[in-house]
Structure formats: C-alpha cells, structure tokens
Design a protein around this ligand. Structure first.
Ligand SMILES: Cc1cc2nc3c(=O)[nH]c(=O)nc-3n(C[C@H](O)[C@H](O)[C@H](O)COP(=O)(O)O)c2cc1C
Length: 368
C-alpha cells in the first residue's frame, strides 16, 4: 500500500496530467490546437508521461458536453476503460478513473476496478465523484439526490465496493440505499492491497467524506492565496489524524510555460481571453448558479478563471517561474498537483526538458 500511496515514486511533489480523456481537456478555448481527447493522443501522452516519471493521469468523468462553439468536453472517453487501456501500455504511471457513484452498480464497479488494477499491477486509482451537473443526471433518467444525501449514498457505495474487494464469500450488505445478497467477488485487488482512493469535494460534507474514506483530497488553490491553501492542508490533516487516518492533499494547476514570460503571457491571453469559448464558459458557470446577476462584482474574473482551466491555479511564465510556483505549492503542503495544458502532447516535452530539472534543483523532485 505504501508504494501505491507514494504513486510509485519518492518525489516530494507528485505530478499528474488532468483531463486528457476529454475534447479540449481543461481549456475552454477555440484555438485550433486545442486538445483532441482522442485515444491515439491519450496513448502517446501516457507513454510520454510514463517515460518522464510523471506520477499519474486523472481523467474527468463527463457524460455530456457543455455546448458553446466547440461543444466543450463534448467528446469524452469513458474513464475506467480509458484507464485500463493506458495501464496496459505503461509501466509506472498511476491511472485514475473518475466514477460517478450514483450511476454505476457497486458490484460492477468493484469488478471493473479490480480488473483495471490487475492490468496495471496495482497502479489503478479511483476518483469518486457524487455529481453536481443536473444535465448529466437527467440524460441518465436519474434524479440527483440532495447534496448531503449524495455523500450518504457514496458512503454506502464505497462500503459495498470495499466489501467486494476485501470480504469473504456469500456476505450480505444491508444499507439504506444498497442491498446485496450473498456477495462473491473474485479476484481481489492486485497484490493484497487496494486501489488508491481520491475525492475532490469542496463542501464541508464532501470533505468529511474524503477525510473518512480517501487517501487523497484534491482541492483548488485560491489564486494568489497560498496561505489559505496551506491552512486548509493543516486543517484537513488534523481532522484525519483525529480519526486515526492520514490523507494527502493535492491541488490543480493550469500550466502555460514558454521560453520567456512574455511569450507565456501572450499565449495565455490568446487562448483563454481572445479565443475563449465564452458561450461554453457562461453555460458552465450558469449551471453552478454563477451569472452576472448573482456575482455582479467579479463575474468577469470568474469567467476568465473558468476559461483558463476550469478553475485550476493558472501557472504562467518561463521555466523558472513555473518551477518556482510549483515549489511554492509543495512548500504550502501540496503532496502533488494535477496539471493541464492547452495541448498536452505539444507542451509536455518542453515542460519535462526545462521544468523538471529545475524542480530537482529546488529539491521537490529527483532525477529518474
Ligand atoms: C480535481 C477535481 C476533479 C473533479 N472531477 C470531476 C469529474 O470528473 N466529474 C464531476 O462530475 N465532478 C468532478 N469534480 C467535482 C467534485 O467531485 C465535487 O463535486 C465538487 O468539487 C463540488 O464539491 P461538493 O460535492 O463537496 O459540493 C472534480 C473536482 C475537482 C477539484
């Protein structure tokens, strides 16, 4: 389990790629080079990341595009099957699946996860999401539960999955939402452990769920407010310790790295201001109740932040700027960061060549 929790590396700051299973990835932009989200591109990216010692890939669980001119995230690869394929093609990478608990039966889910875990020899990870996007649930004909109940359901769902992973033969499960009779589930996860489990809740209810159940909590860093993030890490870890648990806190970033700061800033402006898919951005924000009427003072800022990478912390600059910011996040307590690029395949080689050695010199990563 230690190796799984370490994501198979000894680096202080773990790095992951976020959102590569979706068209446009995390950048709500119209630029022609925006991410395809295709299988061949995912596969090439995973192999490149694996060779460079990047620790993980985290997909988005998305069932329906957000419209706009690009139908942002309109083409998505289902994340468990995507993870299984990538695990078969890599050697070190941890690959997560992002799974909506209310949309898949726990026995099927437990079996899929075990299968992917065997394919990856223990490198499969689970990101549990409870859902927030009513459009998607409507498409399934499933009613989204009230917020607190979503997490009560997720608790039962995860308990049922752990029973399938760890329990003996012919056990019953009697929950409020889920009843299982004479459960049998074999094989068990790879090597006698279990997949690493993460969640990215923002609410107190959701974060309590993560603290009770998960190995990692992914939390957004408020832009320019690293001290708030650092305090959040301390709080979450103290709450976990009080329950006899340990949890790592990861964050989310959006990287625009170019040889000069000027080039980086200009590309950033080009993608997410001059060529943002504003209709998609407005739609995403409206789904969360964010409109010019509800947030008259800072709607423009929220729009730009959303276009940039769905709210991840923007890290824009030359390789020194980017390495400095990543090292600061590490010092603030982030165990790792899930990052995105406008075009992952085109931008990752420069990041690996220029930023990784700087992170080694700053003591947060080691050479592979
Ligand atoms: C890193 C990260 C990844 C997430 N991935 C997804 C996802 O793929 N699909 C989804 O529906 N929600 C996703 N979410 C949303 C969260 O699961 C959660 O619903 C949201 O942060 C609101 O928190 P709450 O449920 O505590 O209110 C993600 C959030 C973050 C920060």
């Amino acid at each position: 389990m230690r190796a799984r929790l370490d994501l198979y590396s000894r680096n202080t700051l773990k790095l992951g790629l976020f959102g590569a299973n979706c068209s446009s990835g995390r950048a709500v932009t119209k630029v022609a080079e925006r991410w395809s989200g295709s299988w061949p591109d995912s596969l090439r990216l995973a192999r490149m990341a694996d060779a460079a010692g990047i620790e993980f890939m985290l997909p988005v669980g998305r069932w329906k595009g957000y419209g706009g001119e690009t139908d942002y995230q309109g083409a998505t690869l289902e994340s468990v099957t995507w993870a299984a394929g990538l695990l078969a093609a890599t050697r070190r990478l941890t690959v997560f699946a992002t799974v909506h608990a209310p949309l898949i039966h726990p026995i099927i889910a437990a079996k899929q996860f075990v299968t992917a875990d065997h394919i990856g020899a223990g490198r499969f990870g689970l990101n549990i999401v409870c859902g927030w996007n009513e459009d998607e649930f409507d498409m399934f004909g499933v009613t989204m539960r009230e917020h607190a109940t979503r997490y009560e359901y997720a608790q039962e769902w995860l308990d049922a999955i752990k029973l399938a992973w760890e329990g003996g033969d012919d056990v019953d499960f009697d929950g409020r939402f889920i009843q299982l009779r004479q459960l049998r589930a074999k094989p068990k996860p790879f090597g006698g452990g279990r997949p690493i489990i993460m969640n990215a809740a923002a609410s107190p209810t959701g974060q309590s769920f993560a603290i009770r159940n998960c190995d990692a909590l992914f939390s957004m860093t408020p832009k320019g407010r690293l001290d708030e993030f650092a305090a959040h890490v301390v709080d979450v870890q103290a709450l976990a310790r009080a329950q006899g648990r340990a949890i790592d806190v990861y964050t989310v970033g959006v990287i625009t790295c170019r040889p000069t700061r000027r080039d980086a800033e200009s590309y950033y402006r080009h993608c997410v201001i001059d060529n943002a898919d504003w209709a998609a951005v407005d739609h995403i924000l409206a789904m969360r109740g964010v409109t010019p009427e509800t947030y008259p003072d800072d709607y423009a800022e929220r729009r730009a932040h959303q276009a940039n990478g769905m709210g991840g912390v923007p890290i824009v600059g030359d390789p020194d700027d980017v390495a400095d910011e990543l090292a600061r996040l590490s010092a603030a307590g982030a165990r790792g960061i899930a990052v995105s690029f406008v075009n992952y395949l085109e931008e990752l080689p420069f990041f690996c060549a220029e930023v990784l050695p700087r992170l080694e010199r700053r003591g947060v990563r080691r050479a592979i």
